[in-house]
Design a protein around this ligand. Structure first.
Ligand code: NGQ
Ligand code: ZN
Length: 415
């Protein structure tokens, strides 16, 4: 993979300018439960018990709450340096599973939050049909996520018709657990060619085992053999891979969306990053459950996870490209357009030259300093499509959006 050209990091009077960062994976509503799932609920707590807590929170959301929470989240993303977000959106219907009067009502709340805050949105309405590989029906809490093929394609078409400079619409398959093979084929055949396709895959060992039991193959292998996976695809997590799968994803041109803080929080396991890079694989980052909203922390922990596992230092390096920070940045910048559908050339962030962590910085070490020194947010200014949305480290509507969020949280926590 090519390293970041000096041209993509530029000295400007206020500091150091670089391209905005794409956040490839978000479930906006989960921002409301950040820090609220850190108590034991069962002696063998796991991803699956966390999911029950998450479903309870999901069940409290209506369109207004989603708008308030997503707005706060998008302010936090912009202030952290994310200028595009891919929203993997499955909270489609009312809590009892019945459709809202306008089927796009929850999607509309996300679109409004993105427009209000000025972040680019790749909206990925999620197809969610079954509760497991065996094809079982959705349970009570999952009903508000569900569609049959026709209603899903109608939702997709009405959202896709609204695409513009700040909104792209792609397709998300929730997971192989949630989409039967024939439905997957039918949706893929119906999609317009510009649509990006995202899917959760191979995040948990239990999912790998269930897939083998029902489909005779591991999930990533099954996907690669049953879909024309290419550069339009983003595979989210892809944590549990064998050698064939590592090489297969890399060869396909798909992007893997690695979500290091959420994967750590949920006890998923470690992505096989070094092997995947050696195979030439493309990757980006996502903040997913939003227990952290910071490209710095995602990239830092992506590297640190590998260091802890291998007991070596400086893992994400290439021949003639020894700077870890520069390579991490190059990795996310290289895949942003493929994964999001945006050519976000007029988006930029400026790192504050006055910050002590950047004293004496050069174009050569600025990426390493940004990602590996301290915890003060160094992002001073953010522009999206040329418009300044963050100045002096603060979103222009930070206060009013935080006030609305506080009210929404009171209602959600009372509910
Ligand atoms: C989600 N989140 O859809 O929000 C999932 C959990 C599932 C992550 N995988 C639910 N991090 O996979 O069934
Ligand atoms: Zn997810």
């Amino acid at each position: 993979m090519s390293h970041v050209q000096h041209a993509s990091i530029e000295a400007v009077p206020a500091g150091w300018r670089l391209p905005g960062i794409a956040n490839l994976h978000s479930h906006a509503f989960q921002r409301a439960m950040a820090g609220l799932a850190e108590r034991q609920t069962h002696p063998s707590d796991s991803f699956w018990t966390w999911r029950e807590t998450m479903y309870r929170m999901a069940g409290r959301f209506d369109p207004d709450a989603l708008h308030a929470v997503a707005s706060q989240l998008y302010v936090e993303m912009l202030e952290a340096g994310y200028t595009t977000v891919c929203e993997f959106h499955y909270l489609h219907h009312a809590p009892d599973g019945s459709p809202y009067a306008a089927p796009t009502e929850m999607s509309d709340a996300l679109v409004a939050a993105a427009r209000d805050t000025g972040i680019r949105l790749t909206l990925l309405p999620v197809l969610y049909m079954t509760g497991g590989f065996d094809g079982r029906a959705l349970n009570e809490r999952q009903k508000r996520f569900g569609h049959d093929l026709d209603t899903y394609l109608k939702l997709f078409a009405s959202l896709h018709a609204r695409q513009d400079d700040m909104l792209k619409v792609g397709c998300a398959l929730h997971s192989l657990r949630a989409v039967p093979p024939d439905a997957m084929q039918a949706v893929l055949a119906a999609l317009p060619t510009d649509a990006r396709i995202h899917i959760h895959v191979a995040e948990q060992v239990g999912e790998v085992q269930d897939c083998i039991a029902v489909r005779d193959l591991r999930p990533v292998e099954w996907l690669l053999r049953n879909a024309a996976v290419d550069a339009r695809w983003t595979l989210v997590h892809a944590t549990h891979l064998n050698d064939w799968e590592v090489a297969g994803i890399a060869k396909s041109g798909a992007t893997v969306a690695i979500c290091p803080t959420t994967e750590a929080n949920l006890g998923d396991g470690l992505f096989r990053l070094r092997d995947y890079l050696d195979a030439g694989g493309a990757w980006g980052i996502g903040s997913d459950s939003h227990i952290s909203v910071s490209p710095v922390e995602e990239l830092r922990w992506l590297e640190y996870g590998q260091r802890l596992a291998t007991r070596h230092r400086n893992i994400v390096v290439e021949k003639d490209a020894p700077s870890v920070g520069r390579n991490l940045l190059a990795g996310v910048l290289a895949t942003a357009a493929n994964a999001t559908g945006f050519d976000a050339v007029d988006d930029s962030i400026v790192l504050d030259a006055d910050a002590p962590q950047l004293a004496g910085a050069t174009a050569d070490d600025i990426a390493d300093r940004w990602i590996f020194s301290g915890n003060r947010n160094l992002v001073g200014e953010v522009r999206v499509a040329g418009k300044r949305v963050v100045a002096d480290g603060m979103h222009v509507d930070r206060e009013s959006i935080a006030a609305r969020y506080a009210t929404a949280m009171q209602e959600l926590l009372a509910g």
